[in-house]
Design a protein around this ligand. Structure first.
Ligand SMILES: Nc1ncnc2c1ncn2[C@@H]1O[C@H](COP(=O)(O)OP(=O)(O)OP(=O)(O)O)[C@@H](O)[C@H]1O
Ligand SMILES: [Mg+2]
Length: 462
């Protein structure tokens, strides 16, 4: 796309020479003879860059600049001035100009500044787009779940995100979504444009972890050949995610507490206090209270972190989220593996709903992923689930009955599955006929909407 440059100058000769130069370099050029015309052109035709003379009759360049900065901050403005005063130039930058050119200027100089300005705004646009994508990729919309507990967690995350709280503790068993939560807190907040850095406290010995977090001065220990900035500095203005905080050494815990309380720290080997503005999101799957009792976790740090706890419940306490998560993962892996799986058979779904999921959502994801890699079925069945899940169901396999059959008194060798299949097919057809309208589909089947939804959930269609 050809980039459009607006030249604003009351001197015809300057406009003419700039125009010739820029058109030659491949740009599209608009010309305005004064400020008023410039602002009208921006409104009517838009521009990717403005070259703006400072001294003009009627409206001055600085007035045009102020208006543009306010109403079209996406358009970089390069001021052109005949007065080589450094103060004036600095002042112009402070007022929001991207750069300035001293008259008289040569063509190369102009092209250089123009390229630089256009490049910088392109980058800025890309960054804004990326941030927007990240926001939608990592925001709370990605925390799948309709259970009251998950909804509560999402509400809390959104509240924390826009608050000034600088310390958050995310608690939950392994695989419940603590990483996801930490990212959602960051990317939904006004810190989203600043870095999100994460480090797993258990992954490094204490001294290395300290140097990683706080940075170090040159020569502070063997191997410290250069001064290095730590993650707290890198993340200034953003969020530091300290995963597995329960594994952090007690010595480092004291330094962390100081950062939380005073927002200052020192590099390893440093003598100067450094100030940072970071939000710290810590997470653990350990029982911190117990760690405090056992003397492995500082009590003062514990209470500081516990000011805002976000507790993510284990999957077995929110069974109603299971079908939703399964559908979510099936959709994802259908795309990833190019498959056409539609759902789970009701047996498989029952089995998933009754299993305890010690590895929580991660385990569920892995189970679906594995089944979809191995199978090309429309409906994944019991046999496609790992043995650990199936075990309670296996005694009845082959009986043709569905779900728990311990109360069943008669045997229907082959019809059980067929009945289920027919039911599923009828539900599917009813929904197809009514283009997904659940009330009308329920009407067609002569059942209540609630029963329809129950069946849809059972068949993994919801
Ligand atoms: N509510 C959810 N919706 C969608 N995906 C989820 C949800 N919760 C967890 N996941 C997925 O489950 C997997 C594990 O989540 P995550 O890594 O956030 O868990 P964790 O609590 O940090 O685990 P660990 O304690 O092992 O570090 C990830 O693939 C994540 O995307
Ligand atoms: Mg994690």
């Amino acid at each position: 796309m050809t980039e459009r440059i607006l030249i604003v100058d009351d001197e015809k000769l300057i406009r003419w020479s700039l125009q010739k130069n820029l058109v030659h370099a491949g740009y599209e050029v608009l010309e305005a003879v004064d400020g008023q015309q410039a602002l009208e052109m921006i409104e009517d035709e838009g521009a990717d860059l403005m070259l703006l003379d400072v001294r003009m009759p009627r409206m001055s360049g600085l007035e045009v600049l102020a208006h543009t900065v306010e109403h079209h901050p996406e358009i970089p403005v390069v001021l052109m001035t005949a007065f080589s005063s450094v103060e004036g130039a600095v002042d112009a930058m402070k007022r929001g100009a991207f750069d300035y050119l001293m008259k008289p200027f040569n063509h190369d100089e102009v092209l250089l500044v123009v390229r630089k300005a256009l490049h910088a705004t392109r980058l800025q646009r890309e960054l804004a787009l990326l941030q927007q994508q990240q926001r939608s990729e990592f925001g709370t919309d990605n925390l799948i779940g309709k259970s009251a507990k998950v909804r509560e967690v999402c509400q809390l995350i959104n509240k924390i995100a826009v608050s000034t709280a600088t310390t958050v503790l995310v608690l939950g068993e392994s695989g419940t979504g603590k990483d996801l939560t930490a990212k959602a807190i960051h990317y939904s907040s006004n810190r989203a444009a600043q870095p999100f850095v994460n480090i797993t406290c258990s992954a490094l010995p204490e001294q290395l972890l300290e140097s990683e977090l706080m940075g170090h001065e040159k020569g502070s220990f063997t191997g410290a050949r250069e001064r290095k900035r730590g993650l707290f500095e890198v993340a200034d203005g953003g969020t530091v995610f300290l995963d597995e905080i329960g594994d952090m050494g007690v010595g480092l815990q004291a330094k962390l507490l100081r950062i939380l309380e005073e927002k200052t720290f020192r590099r390893v080997g440093g003598t100067k206090d450094l100030h940072v503005d970071v939000r710290i999101v810590a997470a653990t799957n350990r029982n911190l209270e117990q760690a405090v009792r056992e003397g492995n976790f500082r009590e003062d740090l514990y209470y500081r972190l516990m000011v805002i706890p976000v507790e993510i419940p284990p999957l077995r306490e929110r069974i109603e989220d299971i079908p939703l998560l399964i559908t979510h993962f099936i959709d994802r892996f259908n795309v990833e593996f190019n498959k056409k799986t539609l759902g789970l058979t009701s047996d498989a779904m029952d089995c998933c709903e009754q299993y305890g999921w010690p590895g929580n959502v991660r385990e569920l994801r892995n189970v679906i992923e594995r089944a979809m890699i191995l199978e090309n079925k429309e409906y994944l069945d019991l046999e496609d689930l790992p043995h650990a899940l199936r075990a309670p169901f296996e005694g009845i396999e082959g009986s043709g009955l569905i779900g728990r059959t311990d109360t069943a008194v008669f045997q229907l060798p082959d019809c059980g599955y067929a009945l289920q299949d027919m039911e599923r097919e009828m539900v599917r057809q009813a929904l197809e006929k009514t283009e997904g309208n659940q009330s009308r589909a329920a009407g067609l089947l002569d059942i209540s909407r609630d029963s329809l939804r129950y069946k849809m959930r059972k068949f993994g269609m919801l």
